[in-house]
Design a protein around this ligand. Structure first.
Ligand SMILES: C[S@@+](CC[C@H](N)C(=O)[O-])C[C@H]1O[C@@H](n2cnc3c(N)ncnc32)[C@H](O)[C@@H]1O
Length: 349
């Protein structure tokens, strides 16, 4: 009986030889590659590109000079794209447990160093649940990314624990993964092909939120998502009626984030000073902040923008000295009925 790690190593190390071998779009959807990324990919070796198995984009803005860790880097497509974004003052470390994947990544290190004009990428073999084995200093990464990997881990809380340990305060885990609209039954989870295809191990999205909060990420932010198409009819029939989605979340390692969006009367103004997005800064799916406009924010968003690498790019209005209740527009709201005797002025009882 193989362990989940062995199933995955076999699938990515021996069974798949190219992106086209996949049976769903859980990993890979080339149609969504934006122009800026296509330019970066144009500099990457074809063999690396041909064995890309990611499911989303893991390149947040403002990476220049950052130290980035890629969990489950595979053959290194994202690591080499990130290498160009962090530049010569930055550094990218890719970690993967599958020898064959890493061999491809390693084989082309010199090619990319020559092409970019600097060498800032390295790879290490390891398990993302056990990163202490790699002797990485705590709080040493500005950004941790991962593309279609966490679903494959048999111990997801351990992965998040490592992320918390390795992120600098104010740093973020920015990662794409596969989620289900419900808890995946054992028959799906235990099928090696469905597991390898990043479907069997996918978390029910609400369980992911619970897990993230338990790990210390009080306010996970959804950046983008898309439904996954199951191109193989037989596979689709076995999965009915579960729906799967690819989603990118960003989890900031910040003290003081609350479990709800609280209104302290604060606002921000984006200065338009990030070169890759002068007109608008997208924090997440619900916070698309136009340059120059006063944008009211809850306390958590205020902290994410002011206490992270984005701070210098925002004018900050207000502080935490007053509280006005729950931030309007966020999920939930006042749980109490506002209609009834008290509202009509009858006081107590
Ligand atoms: C779907 S592929 C994605 C690879 C890469 N991120 C990409 O976008 O091409 C999953 C990768 O995660 C690696 N992986 C899965 N579970 C892992 C674990 N527990 N520790 C380290 N690597 C893991 C696999 O070896 C494989 O290379």
């Amino acid at each position: 009986m193989s362990t989940p790690h062995e199933v995955v190593q076999d699938y990515y190390g021996r069974q798949l030889t190219a992106t086209e071998d996949l049976k769903s779009t859980a990993c890979c959807d080339a149609s969504r590659t934006p122009a800026w990324l296509r330019a970066l990919l144009g500099n990457i070796h074809p063999e690396v590109l041909s064995r890309y198995y990611g499911c989303g984009l893991v390149c947040p803005p403002l990476l220049e000079g950052c130290r980035v860790l890629d969990l489950g880097c595979g053959t290194g497509r994202d690591a080499y794209a990130l290498s160009q974004l962090v530049g010569p003052r930055g550094e990218v470390l890719g970690v993967d447990m599958t020898e064959e994947q890493l061999a491809v990544a390693e084989r082309h290190r010199a090619y990319h160093a020559e092409r970019f004009g600097y060498a800032n990428v390295r790879f290490e073999r390891g398990f993302i649940e056990k990163l202490e084995a790699l002797d990485l200093p705590p709080a040493s990464f500005d950004v941790i990314v991962s593309n279609c990997v966490v679903n494959l881990s048999p111990d997801k809380p351990a992965v998040l624990k490592q992320v918390v340990r390795l992120l600098k305060p104010g740093g973020e885990f920015y990662f794409a993964d596969v989620y289900a609209d419900r808890r995946v039954p054992a028959a799906v989870r235990d099928d090696p092909v469905l597991y390898g295809e990043c479907l069997g191990g996918a978390l029910y999205w609400n369980d992911f939120l619970r897990l993230a909060r338990a790990a210390g990420f009080a306010d996970p932010r959804l950046v983008e998502d898309r439904p996954i198409a199951l191109c193989d009819a037989e596979l689709a029939a076995r999965l009915e009626p579960i729906r799967f989605f690819s989603a990118t979340w960003r989890l900031f390692r910040l003290e003081g984030l609350e479990d709800a969006c609280e209104d302290h009367g604060q606002a921000v103004v984006y200065r338009g000073s990030i070169a890759s997005c002068p007109a608008r800064f997208d924090l997440d799916k619900h916070h698309r902040i136009e340059s120059g406009r006063v944008f009211p924010v809850c306390g958590n968003t205020f902290r994410m923008l002011s206490e992270s690498r984005f701070g210098p790019h925002f004018e900050l209005i207000g502080d935490f000295s007053r509280h006005y209740g729950l931030f309007a527009g966020c999920d939930g709201g006042l749980p109490f009925d506002t209609e009834g005797p008290a509202a009509a002025g009858s006081g107590c009882c």
